[in-house]
Design a protein around this ligand. Sequence first.
Ligand SMILES: Cc1cc2nc3c(=O)[nH]c(=O)nc-3n(C[C@H](O)[C@H](O)[C@H](O)COP(=O)(O)O)c2cc1C
Length: 379
Amino acid sequence: MGNLHSGPPMNFRGRVFLAPLTKGGNLPFRRLCLAHGAEVTMGEMAYAYQVKKRSKSELALLRKHPDETCFGAQIAASKPADAIVAGNAAVERGASWVDLNCGCPIHDIVRRGMGATMLQRPTQLGKLVAEMVKGIPVPVSVKIRLGWSEHDQNASEVARVLEESGAAAICVHGRTREQRYSRAADWDAIARIAAERSIPVIGNGDLLTWYETHARWRQSGVASVMLGRGALIKPWLFREIAEKQAWEPTAEQRLAVYHDLAQKMKAHFRDDEKGRERAMRFLPWHFEFFCRYRPLPAAGWEEASRAHPLMQTRFADDEPDLPVLERLLRDPRPELHQRLATLLWEAADPAEAEARALLLAAEMPPVGGQAAEVATAHG
Ligand SMILES: Cc1cc2nc3c(=O)[nH]c(=O)nc-3n(C[C@H](O)[C@H](O)[C@H](O)COP(=O)(O)O)c2cc1C
């Protein structure tokens, strides 16, 4: 396979990145983000040692769609030989750059000496990145957290080592490994790292609205920003950021967006029983995030967002007069998400999806007054 990447050299400044998202960042979802203004996408994390063993499922994580003209593949690795093989496999599949995961907190990754563990071994990390830079013919970036724990925040030192090792950019998720999503991302700490480094720093954490994104971007002085859960909840956030204005879609309009995702899944997984089975591993899952959408107009929320990120805010959901479809799309019940995914897969067009969703709402009355928490335990 030849090198499919033929675009201009990767520019890490002035961009809005779709974060690497295991499960969520599947190819059809990334295409949905492109349709709503995203320009820079990233793949789901792939284990480098599995790519080296030619694992089909792991190689699939490095694949991009032709419409993704600026795509970064993310790998988890601790050994240079694995990272270089995996990086080159990504380049052969068209990646514009390769990102090394140094933030993943999950046990399986950490016990193998990858992900956030690398933060505790800056010297080894520096050597790994230097080898990657030599052995992979596209830029290498690294995604880190602030540190292992609140009392062990060494991101400044790690960032210096990464710059000296030849990394092209650093993405900083403003929380520690131990914090998971329990606290608001620390954008002051991100700003300090951005000020210390001359390579681009990409700021990441809690961006849910266009006004929070622009405020954090400006105040922190980062080169670029990255959206994770914000994009999973509102795939149209990219366009909102570009246009500096909110789009507050009705439930009908949102259902049409989700129907579009189902169609993109059909195109990717195929429109047959096997394709449906594969799509159903993803589509219902997306509703865990879609159901958290709330309109957050700047006029009502911008000030509150300065004190506490809206991503981390709990919204009471006891409005009695919500339209039926709106209430249905806010419902957090997994069994309902399964049913919604099925009807979206089967419906020929958004109008049919809407008619069937209304029947579903009549069949499954709301459990009432659910409070929706946007924060999640993922990642
Ligand atoms: C479902 C989910 C999957 C994630 N998977 C990855 C991953 O594969 N690699 C990674 O570096 N970070 C992963 N993360 C972390 C995000 O990339 C991002 O750093 C984090 O969610 C903070 O950004 P946010 O506040 O905008 O969500 C994941 C997060 C979520 C919610």
